[in-house]
Design a binder for this molecule. Structure first.
Ligand code: F6P
Length: 398
């Protein structure tokens, strides 16, 4: 049977959902179709390809669908991912998560299902794969690239910590929401003259706290890259409150921030497939500690605190302008690279320009804030002096 398309490109999204994934799916699909390629949407991240049923045609699959302009043109209006997602790592599948029909063959406590993934991709006729995700999702893309699958990665994570790019899809909306919701919460802090502690997600990097703080969302921020002194933080926040004619102050606390002499605070101890335990709870502890220490800096009178976890709110809603434009460009660039015969590359933004880097970069180092340049570790504030010639977000390069 002759094909009426030049080749097949598959797209999937993995890891936490963020606004901006749908614009990337839409752009890549429309462009690829225009260039004469068939596009498949693989559902539920890497979990989906693991569950392809090789006895059924594509039209009958639960984890794969044909994408076209018609079914993607409206998806940009909402956040999340139209293809759904998972945190599955096919090279390390726990016994209980192996698809039922494969359980006899893969019965160890931890199983590498890469052979099945390769067979499934071949069965679907996938010639090029575009995984969209953070360093976890993309690191398995690198594994497939090493196995001979032609892969182009697109970086996504509200944490903005994928090495090799200044920008990851979802970061801008996260910053936008953090600024917006922090300002909204000011009434609750101000009316009661409190110190407000807001915990933000972001895992092991502090960009999600530092960049909103730079934009004036809070008086102070504490980030994973620098262990803070709670006495100093309390002193600063009491002073900020006093200096504010409305008599309140605000601190943004990264979920990965640590008290001096302590380690990260986890919401539970169960690691995901990539070995990450869920973070959360540091904001509650900071709030409690500030309340109990505040009287020392406030003439013996304790100051009430409130604390709020931003949590998933900063990953919610529709994409902002940057998370509508950048993913569109990333999607197109991924197709350009495929058309140019490239493989094993990740699209990126470098100093405000679209570019691409080798996939291997993802696993070579952890991307974190350069605190010697961008964080005032005495005043617990962003540090920036000369913006001339700096990239858009000033401190997100590596
Ligand atoms: O990596 C993105 C992220 O939102 C982190 O900031 C956060 O720690 C984590 O995902 C939350 O994980 P989940 O979506 O599985 O609850």
């Amino acid at each position: 049977m002759t094909k009426n398309y030049k080749g097949t490109i598959a797209i999937l999204t993995g890891g936490g959902d963020v606004p901006g994934l749908n614009p990337a799916i839409r752009a890549a699909t429309i462009r690829a179709n225009k260039e004469g390629y068939r596009v498949l949407g693989l559902r539920n991240g890497w979990e989906g390809i693991m569950k392809i049923d090789r006895s059924k045609p594509i039209e009958k699959q639960n984890y794969c669908q044909i994408l076209s302009e018609n079914n993607v043109k409206k998806i940009v209006r909402s956040g999340g991912t139209f293809l759904h997602t998972s945190r599955t790592k096919p090279s390390k599948v726990a016994k209980g998560k192996v698809p039922e029909e494969l359980r006899e063959k893969y019965s160890a406590d931890s199983n590498d299902l890469t052979d099945e993934i390769l067979k499934n991709l071949e069965y679907l006729g996938v010639e090029f794969l575009i995984p969209i995700g953070g360093d976890d999702t993309l690191s398995y893309g690198l594994r497939l690239h090493d196995e001979g699958v032609r892969c182009i990665g697109i970086p996504k994570t509200m944490d903005n910590d994928v090495p090799g790019t200044d920008y990851c899809i979802g970061f801008s909306t996260c910053v936008t929401r953090t600024i917006e919701y922090t300002h909204q919460l000011r009434t609750c802090a101000g009316s009661h003259e409190r110190i407000m502690v807001i915990e933000v997600m972001g895992r092991y990097a502090g960009y999600t706290a530092l960049v909103p703080a730079m934009a004036g969302a809070s008086d102070r921020c504490v980030i994973p890259e620098f262990k803070f002194d709670i006495e100093r933080l309390t002193e600063l926040l009491v002073k900020d409150r006093k200096d504010n004619e409305s008599n309140y102050s605000v601190v943004l606390v990264s979920e990965g921030a640590m008290f001096k002499g302590s380690e990260m605070t986890f919401a539970n101890q169960t690691p995901d497939d990539y070995g990450h335990k869920k973070l959360g709870g540091i904001g509650d502890m900071v709030s409690f500690e500030i309340l109990s220490r505040s009287s020392k800096y406030n003439k013996g009178v304790p100051i009430n605190t409130i604390n709020q976890r931003m949590s998933y709110m900063t990953r919610s809603g529709q994409p902002d302008a940057i998370d509508s434009i950048v993913p569109m460009a990333f999607g197109n660039l991924a197709i350009d690279l495929i058309l140019g015969g490239e493989s094993g590359r990740m699209v990126c933004l470098k100093d405000g320009r679209y570019d691409h880097v080798p996939f291997e970069l993802i696993t070579q180092y952890d991307k974190k804030i350069d605190i010697s340049r961008f964080y005032d570790s005495d005043r617990y504030r962003p540090h920036y002096l000369n913006c001339l010639g700096m990239p858009l977000y000033i401190m997100t390069g590596d």
